[in-house]
Design a binder for this molecule. Structure first.
Ligand SMILES: [Fe+2]
Ligand SMILES: [Fe+2]
Length: 271
């Protein structure tokens, strides 16, 4: 299920002004989501650079096709998030600039100075953990009906993440390989980017704290994605660290295929 990688150019456009409390009354979850969006225009270009560096070493045409489609999908993802992030920045969080610069410097340094093996293991560490998180948040049927545009953007993005879930695993395995190296660098990568996201969300909460009296939920206001239950997630987490793990064996709910079709229909262009 969900085993083709379709590159979709999406029509999302965000208004100039966005209330950064995207889930009314819930600052923590709003800023958690925004931290993820702010990560991507730094992380995804780094993933693309790593895949392109691996490309000359790939001999298998199927893996090569996956690599090219992965790079094209990720390119669309971060450009779309940049539009959303620009609107968030206009809401005034001046400390974000320094946090983003630190992250961007890290990723450029990794591309320049770290081995291809490190960069490919980092990429798979990110893809494996995000696949788990996306499955926990979105299965079986996505985020729901009548979503605001920014939630549709996340839903489209996450469906494509599931579509390309095998690519970085296959490229790592084909070009460099080695379970223990992937395990340790992958786990370090997961610490590296989740720590940055936690710092961003904490900074935003400091600037714009949760009000003491809970706000009343507005009818029709966007709701945050389901919070993954950590205990229920444990088997999935252990699975990506297992020596027998392969994303090829991960089951994807049929509802994700329906969403993939929905976003293909909405796309300006597919390839
Ligand atoms: Fe992506
Ligand atoms: Fe991805």
């Amino acid at each position: 299920m969900l085993d083709t990688i379709t590159v979709r150019r999406m029509p999302f456009a965000f208004s100039e002004e966005i209330d950064p409390v995207v889930f009314p009354g819930d600052h923590a979850r709003s800023f958690g989501l925004i931290a993820g969006s702010l990560l991507l225009p730094h992380l995804e270009p780094y993933l693309i650079r790593s895949m392109k560096a691996a490309r000359p070493h790939v001999r298998d045409p199927e893996i090569l096709d996956g690599l090219d489609r992965f790079a094209a999908q990720e390119g669309h993802h971060y450009r779309m998030h940049m539009k959303f992030n620009a609107a968030v920045r206009r809401a005034g969080f001046p400390g974000l600039e320094a946090l983003e610069k630190e992250l961007s410097d890290d990723y450029h340094r990794f591309s320049r100075e770290r081995s291809l093996r490190f960069n490919l293991a980092y990429a798979e560490g990110f893809e494996a953990l995000s696949m788990n998180a996306i499955k926990a948040m979105m299965e079986p049927d996505g985020f729901g009906e009548d979503l605001p545009e920014f939630m549709q953007m996340f839903e489209w993005h996450f469906v494509e993440e599931l579509e390309h879930r095998t690519v970085t695993f296959d490229v790592y395995d084909h070009v460099v390989g080695g379970y223990f190296y992937r395990l340790f660098v992958g786990a370090w990568a997961q610490w590296h980017f989740t720590r940055w996201m936690r710092r961003v969300a904490a900074y935003m909460l400091k600037v714009c704290p949760q009000p003491k009296t809970p706000g009343t939920e507005r009818d029709g206001a966007p709701r945050p994605p389901r919070q993954p239950n950590l205990l229920a997630q444990l088997p999935m987490l252990l699975r990506i660290y297992s020596p027998t793990y392969t994303p090829h064996k991960v089951e994807i709910a049929p509802g994700m295929e329906r969403l993939a079709r929905k976003y293909s229909e909405m796309a300006l262009k597919t390839s």
